[in-house]
Design a protein around this ligand. Structure first.
Ligand code: C2E
Ligand code: MG
Ligand code: MG
Ligand code: MG
Length: 283
């Protein structure tokens, strides 16, 4: 097993083209198998209200649990999945899991909580996702307003993807821009788009207090979101200081290890019942 892990790490960090190709093939074959064996699953990270600390949302984060390698990070396999087209199946699977969670939360009396799912630009090249969405909303009988799709800024640059997002928005599903500030945004498109939330990337949060330029960027993002009437979530909150700083600047909701790490379903359900009235230990 350790040999495998070694090889795996080695190929991933190598710049040698042969190694890169071999790594991709290794991941691609593994992913295909994982999809049929259902070892691709969602972990869930709570998102809390900036003021009360109450859980207002949950983000679905894809996990590949391999019996030899263990847990594979999405950063290692999502890019390969995008290149090979496997992202379509993974994306639909994650969408289905997200809707099933919404239904479960509703049944358990946690009905105000939103579920956010990441959607790759590669999933917005045709309308398969829209058809699937309509079908799943029907099947699961969920309120589409409780579902959120996270896309990155670069997605908005494609005319087709922007149009499709607009149609998705018409179903009632919310659109959030993930990792905001790290890509290229067409600000005019942001304004005319179906977007309802910006998520400040964690690289900015991370360097609060050490990099004053990042502080300026964060303030600019907050002002932009506010003038466009968009909600703001900050990602990657690891300290009370970061949380309080961002809360006082007007960030609505917070996500990060300070509050909770991504966790499997059973842990999430326990976390939600333990923190029904907010978590007073946080303050
Ligand atoms: P993302 O959508 O921006 O998700 C947030 C990432 O930040 C997650 O990493 C999460 O575990 C991590 N994170 C949250 N709070 C903290 C913190 O306080 N400190 C630190 N150091 N990290 C924190 P993860 O789960 O490894 O996912 C990485 C990326 O992979 C995601 O970034 C997203 O772009 C992509 N991804 C994950 N699941 C999916 C999926 O189902 N579909 C697609 N298309 N992409 C996905
Ligand atoms: Mg995300
Ligand atoms: Mg993000
Ligand atoms: Mg990210």
């Amino acid at each position: 097993e350790s040999k495998r892990r070694g090889k795996y790490t080695y190929t991933f960090y190598s710049n040698d083209l042969v190694d890169v190709v071999r790594y991709r093939l290794f991941i691609e074959q593994g992913l295909r198998k994982a999809l049929t064996e259902q070892s691709i699953t969602a972990h869930w990270q709570p998102i809390v209200d900036g003021h009360s600390g109450q859980v207002v949302g949950v983000e679905a984060l894809c996990r590949w649990i391999d019996k030899d390698v263990g847990m594979v990070s999405p950063d290692a396999f999502i890019p390969v999945a995008e290149e090979t087209g496997l992202i379509q199946s993974i994306g639909l699977h994650m969408l289905r899991e997200s809707c099933m969670l919404l239904k479960l939360l509703d049944e358990r009396g946690f009905s105000g909580i939103r579920v956010a799912v990441n959607v790759s630009g590669a999933q917005l090249k045709d309308s398969e996702i829209l058809d699937a969405l309509n079908e799943i909303i029907q099947d699961c009988q969920i309120n589409p307003a409780h579902l959120e799709m996270e896309v990155t800024e670069s997605t908005l640059q494609s005319e087709n993807a922007a149009m499709l997002l607009w149609q998705i928005r018409q179903t009632g599903v919310n659109i959030a821009i993930d990792d905001f500030g790290t890509g290229y945004s067409s600000l005019s498109r942001l304004a005319e788009m179906a977007v309802s939330k910006l998520k400040i990337d964690r690289t900015f949060v991370d360097s609060l207090g050490t990099d004053s330029r990042h502080q300026i960027i964060i303030e600019a993002i907050i002002n932009l979101a506010r003038s466009l009437g968009l909600l703001i979530t900050a990602e990657g909150i690891e300290t009370k200081e970061q949380w309080h700083y961002l809360r006082d600047k007007g960030v609505h909701s917070m996500q990060g290890y300070y509050f909770a790490k991504p966790m499997p379903l059973n842990d999430l359900l326990r976390y939600l019942s333990d923190n029904k009235d907010g978590n007073h230990n946080l303050f």
